[in-house]
Design a protein around this ligand. Structure first.
Ligand code: ADP
Ligand code: ASP
Ligand code: MG
Length: 407
């Protein structure tokens, strides 16, 4: 007998019919003798709808109230799912994040899980219940409702699996595993049977939204066995996230192509080339709670330099406003920005032992006439920022160039 945590994404619980199917799957796992904790997302489109309502009231909604609203989507699905499981003749109990006590910090709209109280869940499981816990949410130490960032139910599931020391965390979604790239963009994408934590972490942080980044971080840190599967198929092993396998000589150089449509670029032109400038520009950005992704500083000419960085597109206006504030202080000539950019990345642990991947990537893009605006590399990834209109083309040709297309 094992303890399994199963997470079902928005599409998988997108209608009462689908919720009934989820209940049937849960019942099958119970019938095999396993204990099951289920973590549903809100019904597909619901979180967007709720945030939309908030924005009809206020252009700059209070993050605390936004979380109160956004978290209700999952409260609906836990109740419906617990009922559907009861209809299967099983015992089931639903809990919101704050009821379980998923304790988070107080960073509304992107809170981090600090601790999970497993007592109640263990007691319920011992009494034969399926425990249904709302994804995406928790509460801070003062009882304020928080949410974990978009796609956060993945993280809820993995954190619950870690707290309960579950045997496996299964992420059920609308594709049957992790692919070499988003199969909706490249139909030739191939499903991977396994992918290393390191690669999955890069893929997720570079834009592959199949798993939220923090869920992968959590799984790596707490050694949670993590698998991505389809909720629409009864068969299939999905993709298992594994530790690096040295014995696997067949490892491809590139495992996948990730992309992020939400990149926006800001450039501070003509800043004095002296110590402390990066801090003076990025300090206020960090203080405004804006995450910075890529950073480039040019070589100084005539005592001045240009400084560029990227942020999530949703924070573009906010970041621009911060820069306008610091402009005078740092003595910059001009602030320019572009929120029609995107980022495309090639990821693979095999890159470590194979030089020349970057040049192959740049050549391929050049042959298509795609201009590279920014570049960033690490041991196992190469990312470029390009004009968003070339996104699909770039992903397709890189997928092909690196031999990832299905035969
Ligand atoms: P859920 O609602 O179940 O959490 P998501 O939409 O968050 O589902 O994630 C699943 C989606 O991730 C897929 O439908 C697919 O379009 C997208 N995706 C992006 N990159 C990949 C990838 N490399 N492999 C599989 N799916 C991917
Ligand atoms: N419902 C939340 C969202 O849409 C969380 C999730 O689906 O994982 O972002
Ligand atoms: Mg998701």
């Amino acid at each position: 007998m094992a303890l399994i945590v199963q997470k079902y994404g928005g599409t998988s619980v997108g209608s009462t019919e689908r919720i009934k199917n989820v209940a049937k799957r849960v019942a099958r796992w119970k019938a095999m003798g396993h204990d099951v904790v289920v973590v549903p997302s809100a019904m597909s489109g619901e979180t967007n709808r709720l945030i939309g309502l908030a924005k009809e009231i206020s252009a700059t909604p209070s993050p605390r109230e936004l979380d109160v609203i956004a978290s209700t989507g999952e409260q609906v699905t836990i109740g419906l799912l617990a009922m559907a499981i009861q209809e299967e003749g099983l015992k089931a109990k639903s809990y919101t994040g704050s009821q379980v006590r998923v304790l988070t910090d107080s960073t509304f709209t992107k809170a981090r899980i600090l601790q999970i109280d497993d007592e109640r869940m263990r007691k319920d499981l011992a009494e034969g219940n399926v425990v249904v816990v709302a994804g995406f949410q928790g509460a801070d130490e003062n009882g304020n409702i928080t949410t974990l960032g978009r796609g956060g139910s993945d993280t809820s599931a993995v954190a619950l699996a870690a707290a309960l020391k579950a045997d496996e965390c299964q992420i059920y979604t609308d594709v049957d595993g992790v692919y070499t790239t988003d199969p909706r963009v490249v139909p030739e994408a191939r499903k991977l049977d396994t992918i290393t934590f390191e690669e999955m972490l890069e893929m997720a942080s570079l834009g592959s939204k199949v798993l939220q980044i923090r869920s992968v971080e959590f799984a790596g840190k707490y050694k949670v066995k993590l698998r991505v599967l389809s909720s629409f198929q009864d068969e299939g092993e999905g993709t298992l996230i594994t530790v690096e396998d040295d014995k696997n000589m067949e490892q491809p150089i590139i495992s996948g192509i990730a992309f992020n449509r939400d990149e926006a670029k800001l450039t501070v032109l003509g800043v004095p080339d002296r110590p402390g400038i990066a801090y003076q520009i990025l300090g206020p950005i960090a203080d405004a709670n804006i995450d910075v992704d890529m950073i480039i500083q040019n070589v100084g000419v005539d005592g001045t330099t240009d400084f560029s960085f990227t942020v999530n597109r949703s924070e573009y206006t906010k970041a621009m406003a911060v820069l306008e504030q610091v402009k005078q202080h740092v003595g910059a000539r001009e602030i320019v920005g572009d929120n029609k950019t995107c980022k495309v990345s090639a990821v693979g642990v095999g890159m470590r032992s194979h030089p020349g991947v970057a040049s192959q990537m740049f050549r391929t893009l050049a042959e298509e006439g795609i201009n590279i605006q920014m570049i960033s590399t690490s041991e196992i990834k190469i990312s470029v920022v390009i004009d968003e209109k070339y996104l699909e083309l770039a992903v397709r040709i890189l997928h092909k160039t690196f031999g990832l297309d299905q035969a």
